[in-house]
Design a protein around this ligand. Structure first.
Ligand SMILES: *Cc1c(COP(=O)(O)O)cnc(C)c1O
Length: 483
């Protein structure tokens, strides 16, 4: 498979090149030159495990990666998941796909436990004398998933920078208790923007990059625009759909809609790609919180990121620039000139306008406030005894709203374990919210909802990383680790 840029001014890339490169040279995002069609036979549906689905789908997308290498990476990646890798909870007409049974209890584990193995193979094939240095700024879930994913992966070092403000105790402890000889976490004084902009500066600093190059490092960020983040997410939509076929909940070929709590537009784009390559999907429901730039875009055609930023109870969706949307636009227009012009507008004026609203024919946008999300958590808990996290609750609400005038069944992606956000859950259920540890226990005692042992243990694990730095010390800290 070859990969092309959404902006049309770049060479084509092989899978390995695309994985290592992340972004195209012209600043665009990479897409497969042609999409395969993927279907599963009755026999496959009845017998395939999650990794079987992953192998079949990813072998068609990463068709130029040798199969033994790809399959070995897939086997390694999903070993770290709980035995039941993707449980599905049924509500009337809705199916909640729990995408949070990996190492760090959020859906990002699906991609971030595979990507490091793919990158490691790409490195071996294309630049065997180099080491990969992954630098990532995180507002919470990405950092821990990346640290766990890259832990002990040959020829890689992973450095995650989390803000000292705005991160939950559990998210922080997942990073600061990591046990790997190639894993490093730093607290950066300030908020997510401070950590993010600090890294951005370094990625643009020639002297810094040259020094790493001289020391045989290849620099990468493993962020969610990498095709190695995107493609593994297609698999669970197929798997979830066919699990429901297998259980007799839906007929094979029956169209369903999919509701996705959305931030950077990565997870929902994977659902869109699943639809494009053959999964029977009717509509995609793009569910946002109070940072509802996408909802407004879908309703008006105006993407306007020039607006106040709200810190919400669903922090992983607190995003005003949804990078992966560029890929969705590309599939509609099929014209790199139009995409380049829109992205130029976004860059210069923080907004762009599309005139052709048929772009949104199968994409519906909804947004909900924190208090609506917390009410939904309580409502679903009270009526079904089922506990959702604040991100998933927004996906649930979008599905519920949509179903007021649509009949088909909806798959809702539950993106994180409720136990990752104990204060929000305790508040929703009317329990005390003194601190996260206490809330965790109270929620468990009250709901009897299973608290994953690893998550409980996280809080009592010893610290392995305990460095808090100023933003202007990031370069020095990185060089100390790498050189
Ligand atoms: C990252 C994340 C999201 C948003 O996913 P995108 O792919 O960025 O749209 C939603 N929920 C949780 C829990 C997340 O960690």
């Amino acid at each position: 498979m070859k990969y092309i840029s959404t902006r049309g001014k770049s060479q084509v890339y092989s899978s390995y090149e695309a994985l290592l490169q992340g972004l195209a040279d012209d600043g665009g995002l990479l897409l497969p030159q042609a999409l395969p069609t993927i279907a599963f036979s009755q026999e496959e549906i009845m017998n395939f495990t999650y990794t079987d689905f992953a192998k079949k789908i990813l072998a068609l997308l990463f068709s130029d990666i040798p199969k033994p290498i790809l399959f070995d990476a897939i086997d390694k990646a999903y070993q770290s998941f709980e035995k039941e890798i993707l449980p599905i909870y049924s509500l009337p007409n809705q199916y909640i796909m729990e995408l949070y049974h990996g190492a760090t209890f959020a859906f990002k584990d699906f991609a971030l436990s595979l990507l490091p193995h793919l990158l490691s193979s790409a490195l071996q094939a294309l630049a065997p004398s180099k080491q990969l240095a992954i630098l990532t700024a995180t507002s919470g879930d990405t950092g821990s998933a990346a640290l766990y994913g890259f832990k002990e992966v040959a020829n890689t070092k992973i450095l995650a920078f989390y803000p000292t403000r705005g991160i939950s105790t559990i998210q922080k402890k997942q990073m600061t208790s990591i046990e790997g000889n190639n894993t490093f976490a730093f607290g950066v004084k300030g908020n997510f923007d401070d950590a993010q902009s600090g890294l951005k500066t370094l990625f643009n600093k020639e002297a810094f990059k040259n020094l790493l190059k001289q020391n045989h490092y290849l620099l990468s960020s493993a962020n969610s625009i990498n095709i190695g983040r995107l493609f593994p997410q297609i698999v669970y939509y197929y798997y979830g759909y066919y699990q429901l076929v297998k259980q007799g909940e839906i007929a094979k070929g029956e169209p369903v809609s999919i509701s996705v709590p959305t931030g950077n537009f990565g997870n929902i784009l994977a659902a869109f790609l699943a639809k494009k390559i053959g999964l029977p999907v009717h509509n995609l429901l793009c569910a946002s919180n109070e940072n509802h730039v996408l909802t407004d875009f879908i309703q008006t055609g105006i993407y306007n990121s020039n607006r106040p930023f709200y810190q919400t109870q669903s922090p992983s969706m607190d995003i005003l620039i949804s990078s992966n949307l560029e890929r969705y636009l590309y599939y509609h227009y099929q014209d790199p000139k139009i995409i380049s012009a829109l992205m130029e507008d976004l860059n210069q004026h923080k907004q762009y306008t599309v005139k052709d609203l048929s772009l949104f024919k199968h994409l519906q946008g909804y947004y909900f406030t924190d208090s609506q999300a917390l009410d939904a958590i309580k409502e679903v808990y009270d009526s079904h005894g089922y506990l959702m996290d604040p991100h998933s609750a927004i996906g649930y609400l979008a599905a519920k709203t949509y179903q007021k005038n649509h009949k088909e069944k909806v798959l809702v992606t539950a993106t994180a374990s409720p136990y990752k956000f104990p204060l929000a859950i305790a508040k929703a259920l009317g329990l005390p919210t003194e601190n996260e540890l206490k809330s965790l226990d109270l929620i468990q005692n009250f709901t009897k909802s299973p608290l994953p042992l690893e998550l409980k243990n996280i809080l009592s694990k010893p610290l392995t990383q305990n460095k808090t730095i100023e933003k202007n010390q990031m370069e020095k800290s990185i060089l100390e680790v790498l050189l």
